[in-house]
Write a protein that binds this ligand. Structure first.
Ligand code: ADP
Ligand code: MG
Length: 329
């Protein structure tokens, strides 16, 4: 089958089906991180690949920001399981016309975030390539029970950290598709696109206190990633559009045509999670220590009801699932 029909997630499912596993693999392909046993305990492991021309454009991305982002996206996957990041392997494919100063700038961005998040770079690989390729593998310490994408139950509340759509709007700005954004608002949207903040404190707290029944980080758009939780958990979801957390910069700049970026825009790197209604008070209180807004945006319903987004009058919006998939056209 053509990959454009199978899609990124169909392909991963095929890979998963043909992969043998073993008892030491407590969580294999299909979640934000793998969870594996070893004689000294267990680890969370995740990997992400960033390719020039696909994930970033050096016309408007500094190498320092790229260093930050290539670690941040992996930290976000560790956060989504409730883990504590520890060790990184960083592999680079570098075009022949690069110089050492450029690579040093990349490492400045990478190392700054690594220091702040307690990550030690322990190795990697270096090669020549046609365009810049960055591959990071991150190893972390799991909580007692890593939070999975599966585990949500009908009736659970659905929450998201931070605000949605800023990064996608920042990208639109870079592509000169957002004439309305100026000044401070524009700077904020760009910062959110270039330097996402992985929500590590929120993730570890939710896992440690057993508050989240399911969790994922929003990398491919809210609806797409909510779809992963629903599929894995065997539920549907109802989202109230009015409750979606939008930054002031987003509201000032998006215009009517782009409000769907809060639902479908990629690269937010916020945490999307489900929790029992009886935990509402404790989850509200998490906002201050985690230094991030936490918004209740809907609840889980039966799988048969699917995923719906309600407008302010309670009427379902017609949805376009346009979340990011690398192969689908
Ligand atoms: P995320 O967006 O959280 O990084 P992905 O959608 O990239 O997650 O991956 C989903 C799952 O599929 C993860 O468990 C990941 O490790 C696995 N995966 C992705 N690509 C491959 C591959 N080429 N071979 C094996 N597993 C893969
Ligand atoms: Mg993820």
């Amino acid at each position: 089958m053509k990959l454009s029909r199978l899609g990124e997630f169909g392909l991963i499912e095929e890979i998963r089906r043909t992969t043998s596993t073993s008892r030491g693999v407590r969580i294999g392909i299909g979640d934000d991180c793998a969870w594996v046993n070893h004689p000294a305990g267990s680890s969370l492991i995740t990997a992400d690949l960033l390719i020039e021309g696909v994930h970033f454009d050096l016309k408007w991305t500094s190498l320092d920001a790229l260093g930050h982002k290539s670690l941040a996206v992996n930290l976000s996957d560790i956060a989504a399981m409730g883990g504590v990041p520890a060790y990184a392997l960083l592999s680079l494919g570098i075009p022949g016309n690069f110089n050492s100063k450029q690579i040093a700038a990349f490492y400045r961005g990478f190392n700054r975030l690594a220091r702040r998040s307690g990550v030690v770079l322990i190795g990697g690989d270096t090669n020549i390539a046609k365009s810049l390729i960055v591959s990071v593998c991150l190893i972390g310490h799991p909580p007692v029970w890593p939070v999975r994408r599966r585990g949500a139950k009908v009736g659970d509340d659905i929450y998201v950290t931070g605000t949605l759509g800023d990064s996608a709007l920042g990208l639109a700005l870079l592509r000169k598709q957002l004439p309305g954004a100026k000044g401070n608002a524009a700077a904020q949207l760009l910062a959110r696109h270039h330097r996402p903040t992985p929500r590590l404190i929120a993730g570890t707290f939710l896992a440690r206190h057993n508050l989240a029944t399911a969790m994922i980080d929003v990398s491919d758009g809210l609806l797409q990633d909510l779809g992963h939780i629903c599929r894995a958990s065997g539920t549907g979801a109802t989202i109230e559009h009015e409750r979606l957390p939008l930054s002031r910069a987003f509201r000032e700049s998006s215009g009517k045509a782009r409000t769907d970026l809060a639902l479908n825009g990629g690269e937010d790197y916020e945490l999307l999670f489900c929790a029992r209604p009886r935990h509402r008070k404790r989850i509200e209180k998490l906002s201050a220590p985690a230094d991030v807004r936490i918004s209740r945006i809907g609840h889980c319903v039966s799988a048969a009801q699917g995923i719906t987004v309600l407008d302010s009058a309670g009427k379902p919006l017609s949805l376009h699932f346009k979340g990011h998939d690398h192969f689908r056209k």
